[in-house]
Design a protein around this ligand. Structure first.
Ligand code: PAF
Length: 299
């Protein structure tokens, strides 16, 4: 593994790799790596000749200053995790570049002016609640695409809407990059792994698996209940969780949204039959202990 902090150094390493016809895999991350990220990196290492992992907390995708400030930054531990992954797996890739630029290196001209639009895909769920977020993601991902020139790019399905946005970005900019969505990795108790989990108090961490448990029950209910009834049940179950369970320190779930959407268009469906072609996905955002957690369930 080699750590690179300068964009120019990444560009010259990529140029050399391209001259040897090496296939490059890109795993964009914001660091604070966990097993979910490692599963993306492992897959990239197995499917490509060279892998670029970016670790960059992208300020322009945060619409909440406090969230940006509190975002965990653990570069040294992240690099150790990548090293230990490489040591324990068989991989096709001969080289992994960990790209850890500063904000100034990534945005030398200051805050980028470009804005991306994604139409109906960004008008639901995260879109209206985090204005500018997806455009900020698109700006940094495009920059990473330009620098790393990957054949394949790996993204986790926990950020389900982000994958749809990146798919749309690739259509807009016409880059022939293969988007590889990777399944959510969960803790043994079902909680979707997330860098934000490390901000949960022990008591909140003990409660958090109820999110996935509720979604799993919702998937069973979908066999015989209408879409709206499943939606209402999920929101009510989590919102009233503290009334029926022993939750310490006044902890409670505050659901922000739960939508059942077409798996490709991301538009909310009114009936299961509306998603017959693409399938349906339930996407949730819930506050717990001052931390915003997201998760999905496929129906
Ligand atoms: O999913 C993330 O961690 C970020 O949104 C990404 C794709 C690395 C862009 O900053």
């Amino acid at each position: 593994m080699k750590q690179i902090t300068r964009a120019a150094d990444l560009q010259s390493a990529v140029k050399q790799a391209k001259e040897q016809n090496l296939e490059i895999g890109l795993v964009p991350t914001m660091g604070a790596l966990h097993e979910g990220h490692l599963s993306l990196i492992e897959r990239a290492l197995k499917e490509n000749d060279m892998v670029v992992v970016s670790l960059f907390v992208n300020p322009i995708q945060f619409n909440n200053k406090e969230d940006l400030e509190k975002y965990p930054r653990t570069i040294d531990a992240d690099l150790k995790l990548i090293e230990s992954l490489i040591a324990r797996i068989e991989c096709r890739a001969k080289e992994l570049l960990a790209f850890t630029p500063s904000v100034e290196e990534m945005y030398p001209q200051g805050e980028p002016k470009e804005v991306y639009h994604f139409g109906p895909i960004e008008e639901v769920m995260e879109g209206p609640r985090r204005p500018g977020h997806f455009s900020g993601v698109a700006v940094v991902v495009r920059r990473l695409f330009d620098l790393a020139q990957p054949k394949r790019a790996y993204f986790g399905e926990k950020d389900y809407q982000q994958i749809a946005v990146i798919r749309s970005l690739l259509e807009q900019i016409k880059y022939p990059i293969e988007l590889v969505p990777c399944p959510i990795v969960r803790a043994d108790d079902g909680l979707a792994l997330s860098s934000r989990n490390m901000r949960l108090s022990p008591a909140a961490r003990a409660m958090a698996p109820a999110i996935n448990a509720t979604l799993e029950q919702a998937a069973e209910m979908a066999e015989y209940e209408e879409v709206d009834d499943v939606k209402e049940w999920v929101l009510d179950t989590l919102a009233s969780y503290h009334e029926v369970n022993d939750c310490p320190d006044g902890l409670r779930f505050e659901p922000e949204y739960f939508e059942i959407v077409d798996a490709v268009t991301l538009q909310p469906i009114a009936e299961w039959a509306n998603a017959e072609q693409n399938g349906a996905v339930g996407c949730i955002a819930v506050w717990l202990d001052g931390v915003r957690l997201i998760d999905i369930v496929k129906f």
